[in-house]
Design a protein around this ligand. Structure first.
Ligand SMILES: Cc1cc2nc3c(=O)[nH]c(=O)nc-3n(C[C@H](O)[C@H](O)[C@H](O)COP(=O)(O)OP(=O)(O)OC[C@H]3O[C@@H](n4cnc5c(N)ncnc54)[C@H](O)[C@@H]3O)c2cc1C
Length: 314
């Protein structure tokens, strides 16, 4: 969880301040549901309003009860992973936000040559477990923040490959609360995209290749150093703005378009690595959203390229 309560927006939003009547939609389910949870506490940017409802179910059965209830009552539902790719609006989220932080969603099991991981597990822990077991394929993802669930949904990756290439199957929960295992042609992964946008991801099985742990450790450490050097330092209040278009990097295009020094309110492009936005202490969600749109417009006007936003706006 990321501490981001610096924001002046964080106490606002649907049901902010708590509301017992509001929780009655869930209070017969045996699941602890809070109202008005500040989502800024759960995102890297540390911005935005509250969730009308928030819970961290203890297991799949409890998650199923919440998911079903949301469907039955027409309450919108979102999952928050590590919060490294989410920008919450000042109005917050008028529905249920679920976080898969309970131990039953965070397991990591090596079953050579595969690794089975829960959606709530941190990606970096899964990468280390695979490397220690002498299993190759994930080591280039060691510097990607967030959880396995977030990585699968957005097909996290970089120049060394993406997680989708290693996926054998994904276990998901459908809106009716039923669980299914998807594999083969039922799974699609493209650049920073997957077709896992209609479900709650619960876990996955990653098929990897045997290699010497020593070689893998060296590769992972190199990637860690290179990757971290390419990320903003000194603050976690950051987000990646755009997906890399085919044959180019968003960073290079932003620099070429002269957008490296742009800012909006207290949100600024991080000049040394220009595909990141950095939120200052007085930043609002609107500052970030306005800046992302302004940078996108500048690249469009100067270079004729339409960048696709990476950060998911709630
Ligand atoms: C400093 C920094 C560096 C980054 N570097 C990279 C990089 O190299 N490559 C890269 O691809 N990305 C990168 N990102 C973006 C981000 O880290 C990735 O997209 C990451 O995979 C998001 O994971 P998360 O758990 O934080 O997801 P979140 O931000 O919590 O969620 C992202 C989306 O996934 C959905 N989601 C999360 N978990 C589930 C689930 N279990 N079921 C259903 N939906 C779910 C959320 O609802 C949301 O829509 C970077 C971001 C930062 C801030």
């Amino acid at each position: 969880m990321h501490q981001g309560s610096k924001t002046k927006e964080s106490a606002r939003g649907p049901a902010a301040g708590g509301n017992d009547a509001a929780s009655s939609a869930f209070d017969d389910l045996g699941v602890a549901v809070s109202c008005g949870e500040p989502l800024a506490h759960h995102t890297w940017l540390g911005l935005g309003g509250a969730a009308a409802y928030f819970c961290e179910p203890v297991d799949v059965e409890a998650l199923g009860r919440v998911v079903r209830r949301c469907r039955d009552r027409g309450i919108p539902l979102r999952v928050i992973g590590g919060g490294s790719n989410v920008l919450v609006s000042a109005a917050g989220f008028p529905g249920m936000v679920v976080r898969l932080s309970a131990a039953s969603f965070c397991g990591i099991e090596v079953q050579k040559p595969a690794v089975v991981a829960g959606a709530g597990a941190k990606l970096v822990h899964v990468v280390s477990a695979a490397v220690q077991a002498g299993l190759a394929g994930l080591e280039t993802l060691v510097d990607v923040p967030g959880t396995v669930g977030g990585a699968l949904v957005g097909n996290a990756g970089g120049h060394g490959g993406d997680i989708g290439a290693c996926v054998q199957s994904v276990t998901v929960m459908r809106p009716d609360g039923s669980v299914e295992v998807r594999e083969g042609a039922r799974l699609a992964f493209e650049s920073r995209w997957s077709n896992l946008d209609d479900c709650v991801v619960i876990g996955c099985r990653l098929e990897l290749d045997a290699e010497s742990p020593e070689q893998l450790t060296k590769r992972m450490q190199k990637q860690w150093i290179v990757g971290r050097a390419q990320q903003p330092s000194g603050t976690r209040a950051v987000a990646m703005m755009f997906k890399d278009p085919l044959g180019a990097t968003a960073e290079a295009l932003i620099v070429q378009a002269g957008a490296r020094d742009m800012r909006s309110g207290d949100a600024a492009v991080y000049a040394p690595h220009a595909n990141y936005v950095v939120a200052g202490s007085q930043c609002t969600s609107d500052d970030v959203r306005t800046l992302v749109e302004a940078v996108r417009a500048r690249v469009r006007e100067r270079l004729g390229v339409e960048l696709t936003p990476q950060v998911d706006v709630w």
